[in-house]
Design a protein around this ligand. Structure first.
Ligand code: C2E
Ligand code: CA
Ligand code: CA
Length: 778
């Protein structure tokens, strides 16, 4: 029995289905066994009626009663099983086991009954008995599970064979027919049970799949932003889900149109052509091809969104196209994020201009296609930007950069590209080979960028210098162009501020020269190649020497005596100005110590010296070491240096000023005359730049400016000093304007220390003056 059971279970039944299968079998068996039992009961009654008058009625009657009881037991068990709620697999196994034993018992009872009856039949009863035999043999063929069917079939088969053999007139042909019939029913039992099992398993699988699919779909529609779509063969949308209607923001009923047009809205590219991706989708659909993650734009309630669509064509069993089925998801957020990331990777976060990455790409590309169209590279450097950052703070600095970027955009045509390479460094790629046009762009930029900016009521003034290189003239590739533009920029800055310069070949030569000078400069201090000359500063009322400005000279071993204009900028660039300035200060103080007390010493300070720590200490130390009263020292600071000083350096100036050191504003009038700093710091002196003095008497405008400066100096209690006075006419005019002091070749050139000392001692006068008709106190 046990073997049979496990054989039945193993009959192509996967283990995970066994339990469900047993439950199904138990249910099916219960239903069929009730029908079989009812039929069996009626058959038993008929037999009883037929054989009640025969001999051995008691034995036959008892056996028939046992059969009836067996049937009743089967019916009762089956009924209670059918009424049983939530039976388990184990219950089913138990139940089937019991039913199997009952079936076997029933089969055995029937066998015995048939053997007995067949022995005592009278001719007319034979047909009935044969009919019952056949009926009994057929019955298990309708039973499932196999265990029960076999349990019933086996005794019946044996019983009927024995009955035929034991019959009073055994018929060999009937026996053979019975045997083949037994074989047939046996085969049927196995075959039918197998098919039944398969069907049950199929149903279970189908149900489970359907359940799983339903769960997945619900989960899919509820939890994800995705939706399902489906069309018929005419590509009309079918079964529009609430989720899809929600995505499209239209009632589901209105979405019966054609896919994809009914969903996407009017999608056009910027040139008003149907979008390329949508066209691609249409082509794929027409060719009935599957597609995966095809991203198309959609216009939903006027807003552009992006969908990722996946779809598969469906074909019916005849291979005819039946429609499409697929999923879609809104990837607008993802896409925007990607676009944002892509944008940030190639643009400057602050100004939104192209960054170095994009700059390199565009420039490389432009250089490669230079044969088609010329390209020019403009490298920009903002003048005074550092001063803005230091004095007004980084927030204002950032605002300036954003405003500059905006103005740059306004200066360019659409095909030109403006980039921020970092800090206050900008570059512009101009697609043109027309020098005049490129020059015009540069001029426009310089003009626009230097217009005043206003932030929170604060006026900010900056400028820009531009270096320009062109391809292919100045370099065939991006690196060469950048290098050339940098050289040109360098030149533009050294030539003055607010200028633009085109690269020329000489710049390379000058660069090499600079490098050589830089290397030599590093050795100049230890080798003692620096000397100071002193240019007297005179009182314009009596032409007496009031003091001297210390002017640096470099005795270059090969080039001879070099003027500061030729090396100060290089020293600043090479970071050598600190030690050089320190040496100048010490040397000038030592020299001044030998002069009479009333002679002052003026020393030039580079803007960069302000940024070196301990400037105040260095100066005070130099004065102290030489034993010079701080009141005799005058520091000359250019307007530009003043603009670039930070709060910390203004404090240093105050500090020195407090110790009695005089502070003079050098080269006045050449910088960006935002005169606000004149109020921030109490200068003792203004030195009017020699460019104003040069044309004095010729240019009316300059006279007015000089008059204004002298008036300003007077008002702010500062001494006006004129630089570069070369003619007595200039001196006369300056005196008449009320200028207090002057300096220039007319009086003295810069003198070596000994000569200066002699001049002071003699309190030299320029007697030539009298010859020129110059009157003192004119
Ligand atoms: P600066 O402070 O304006 O100095 C005056 C310059 O004008 C000197 O040129 C002087 O020789 C020149 N000069 C004086 N009188 C006349 C004149 O009548 N006509 C003409 N055409 N020029 C005259 P130098 O010595 O070549 O100095 C140039 C600049 O170098 C100075 O301009 C100053 O800014 C800077 N410099 C000189 N010495 C030092 C120094 O020790 N340290 C720093 N940081 N800068 C210095
Ligand atoms: Ca000076
Ligand atoms: Ca000067």
């Amino acid at each position: 029995m046990k073997g049979l059971k496990s054989f039945a279970l193993r009959l192509h039944i996967p283990e995970d289905f066994a339990e469900r299968l047993r439950l199904e079998q138990a249910k099916d068996f219960s239903r069929i066994i009730i029908a079989i039992s009812l039929l069996g009961l009626s058959t038993t009654c008929l037999l009883f009626l037929e054989f009640q008058n025969e001999p051995h009625v008691l034995l036959h009657g008892a056996l028939m009663l046992a059969v009836v009881l067996c049937y009743l037991a089967l019916i009762a068990r089956a009924r209670s099983w059918l009424l049983c709620r939530d039976p388990t697999g184990a219950d089913a196994s138990l139940y089937i086991g019991r039913m199997m034993r009952l079936s076997a018992l029933l089969g055995a009872l029937w066998s015995i009954l048939l053997i007995l009856l067949l022995r005592h039949e009278s001719g007319s009863q034979l047909a009935l008995l044969y009919g019952v035999m056949v009926g009994c043999l057929v019955t298990p063929a309708m039973m499932s599970p196999l265990s029960c069917a076999v349990a019933y079939w086996l005794p019946i088969s044996v019983g009927t064979v024995l009955a035929l053999i034991a019959a009073p007139h055994p018929q060999i042909l009937t026996l053979l027919a019975l045997l083949s019939f037994i074989a047939l029913t046996g085969g049927c039992i196995v075959f039918i049970n197998q098919r039944l099992n398969e069907r049950v398993i199929g149903t279970i699988r189908l149900e489970e799949n359907a359940e799983l699919i339903k769960l997945l779909l619900r989960d899919f529609e509820e939890s994800s932003s995705d939706w399902l779509w489906e069309t018929n063969a005419k590509m009309e949308l079918q079964r529009v889900s609430p989720r899809l209607a929600q995505v499209v923001q239209r009632p589901a009923a209105s979405l019966s149109g054609h896919f994809p047009d009914a969903l996407l809205g009017e999608v056009m590219d910027s040139a008003c052509h149907p979008d390329a991706q949508v066209e691609r989708l249409r082509r794929v659909l027409e060719e009935r091809l599957p597609f995966r993650d095809l991203v198309v734009p959609a216009v939903i309630a006027g807003e552009e969104r992006y969908w990722s669509l996946t779809g598969k064509p469906i074909f019916d069993k005849f291979g005819r196209f039946a429609g499409y089925r697929g999923v879609g998801s809104d990837i607008t957020g993802q896409r925007r994020q990607q676009e944002q990331i892509a944008f940030l990777a190639r643009h400057d976060g602050l100004t939104k201009l192209a960054n170095r990455v994009l700059f390199n790409e565009v420039l490389h590309h432009a250089c490669e296609t230079v044969a088609e169209a010329g390209v020019a590279l403009l490298c920009l450097d903002l003048d005074q930007f550092k001063a803005v950052n230091d004095t007004l703070g980084h927030a204002t600095g950032d605002a300036v950069l954003v405003a500059v970027a905006e103005r740059l955009r306004g200066c360019l045509r659409e095909r030109d590209v403006a980039c921020r390479l970092g800090g206050d460094e900008f570059a512009i790629i101009v697609m043109s080979d027309d020098v005049t046009e490129i020059g015009a762009v540069a001029a426009r930029i310089v003009e626009r960028v230097s217009r005043p900016y206003q932030f929170d009521g604060q006026l900010v003034q900056i400028g820009t210098s531009i270096g320009i290189s062109r391809a292919p003239q100045d370099g065939g590739d991006a690196d060469a162009l950048i290098k050339a533009a940098d050289l040109a920029l360098y030149r533009a800055k050294t030539d003055g501020r607010g200028l633009w310069r085109f690269y020329d070949l000489g710049m390379d030569e000058r660069l090499r020269e600079r490098r050589a000078l830089q290397a030599a400069l590093a050795q100049a201090l230890p080798r003692g190649e620096f000397v100071l000359e002193y240019q007297p500063i005179v009182d314009l009322t009596d032409l007496r020497i009031l003091g001297a400005e210390a002017l640096l000279r470099w005795r270059h071993p090969e080039r001879g005596l070099l003027a500061p204009d030729q090396f100060i900028a290089i020293a600043e660039e090479a970071g050598l100005i600190g030690p050089i300035g320190e040496w100048v200060m010490q040397q000038a103080c030592l020299e001044a110590a030998r002069w009479p007390e009333h002679i002052r010493i003026a020393v030039n300070l580079s803007p960069l010296q302000f940024r070196t720590a301990g400037l105040v200490e260095t100066i005070l130390q130099a004065l102290h070491n030489a034993g010079v009263n701080p009141r005799r020292l005058e520091l000359e600071i250019t307007e530009t240096a003043m603009l670039e000083t930070s709060k910390q350096t203004t404090e240093a100036l105050w500090d020195l000023h407090g110790k009695g050191v005089h502070i003079a504003l050098d080269d006045f009038g050449t910088g960006y005359s935002s005169l606000s700093y004149l109020q921030r710091f109490p200068f003792d002196k203004i030195k009017i730049d020699r460019s104003f003095i040069r044309d004095l008497g010729h240019e009316k405008g300059d006279s007015l400016i000089i008059l204004a400066i002298i008036g300003l100096a007077e008002r702010l209690n500062m001494i006006a000093t004129a630089e570069g006075v070369e003619t007595s006419e200039q001196a006369l005019l300056l005196t008449s304007y009320g200028c207090a002091q002057a300096q220039g070749h007319l009086f003295h050139r810069a003198l070596p220390p000994e000569t200066f000392a002699e001049a002071v001692a003699a309190d030299m006068r320029i007697y030539d003056w009298q010859d020129a008709g110059f009157q003192l106190n004119a």
